[in-house]
Ligand binder design. Structure first.
Ligand code: SAM
Length: 271
């Protein structure tokens, strides 16, 4: 997109994580500043594109697993731009009756998301600040599609590290956990702060320089997001697909164990 095509209220000169991500995935919904930051990230981590593709395939496996556990409701916070292996695509392939609500605070993400989603009875894209659980959980579209008396899978994928400690992400995540019925799941993937600090520090610096918050966290800090939810085996994983027990690794030709170490992933279950 050109800067002139930015919708009202969107400053195209400030990079946005969702649009940088879209650029790295080969999408077109990004501005010059997003592409510039994406190029800088790729200078530090030349394998970034492959890694993100590999990561997206893990998202598909999460959804596959959850549908297999009987989950039919998904709330995806910080969902980003609709991209390859969207949650609703994977869910509907396996369970046509599944309902998915995407939440993002970026107007470009939401405008594009709404344009791509044509099934209001099964999928919604809500523009809201996910740091405000009361507002998200009271949103008419969220309430209209999801029944919180039944299990819901809450997805916080590559999202919580966008939130600085000052916004108390542990407190608002706890509020979401409390709102979920027994049998619900919480799925988190988060940039690790304690495995390859020299690499993550450089990425954090790039984002910070570009005006975007990036907050890698330690294993203990990521674990705390699950509260008293029981982590399904193998627990909180430092890495992505190769160590995950379900799914087929053969469709992940781009594998860099160092890059995988930059992520923590886990699935928590509410008893
Ligand atoms: C890196 S993207 C992750 C996309 C997707 N979840 C995935 O795993 O591929 C992070 C997303 O979080 C969104 N985001 C950041 N802060 C947010 C907030 N306070 N409320 C809602 N969304 C937010 C950004 O707009 C962006 O789309």
């Amino acid at each position: 997109m050109t800067d002139e095509s930015a919708p009202p209220g969107v400053d195209p000169t400030v990079p946005n994580a969702a649009r940088v991500y879209d650029y790295l995935l080969g999408g077109k919904d990004n501005f010059k500043a997003d592409r510039e930051l994406g190029d800088l990230v790729m200078q530090v981590l030349p394998e970034t594109r492959d890694h993100i593709r590999m990561y997206r395939s893990m998202v598909g496996r999460f959804v596959q697993y959850l549908v297999g556990q009987g989950i039919r409701q998904f709330l995806d916070l910080g969902s980003g731009l609709p991209s390859h292996q969207n949650v609703h695509e994977v869910a509907h392939r396996l369970a046509p009756d599944a309902r998915v609500v995407y939440v993002d605070n970026d107007p470009v993400v939401c405008a594009h998301g709404r344009a791509l989603l044509e099934e209001p009875e099964r999928v919604a894209m809500v523009q809201a600040d996910a740091r405000d659980p009361a507002a998200v959980l009271a949103d008419p579209q969220v309430r209209g599609l999801l029944d919180f008396d039944r299990p819901v899978a809450l997805l916080m994928l590559f999202f919580l590290h966008m939130i600085p400690d000052a916004d108390d992400p542990h407190a608002f995540t706890a509020a979401y956990r409390d709102a979920l019925a027994p049998g619900s799941y919480l799925v988190i993937s988060h940039v690790a702060g304690d495995t390859l600090p020299e690499r993550t520090d450089r990425i954090v610096e790039l984002y910070r320089h570009a005006g975007t918050s990036m907050n890698p966290r330690s294993e203990a800090e990521v674990r705390r997001f699950f509260g008293d939810f029981e982590l399904t085996p193998p627990g909180l994983v430092n890495g992505v697909v190769t160590v995950w027990p379900f799914g087929d690794e053969t469709d992940t030709p781009f594998w860099d164990p160092d890059l995988a170490k930059m992520i923590y992933s886990g699935i928590g279950f509410k008893k």
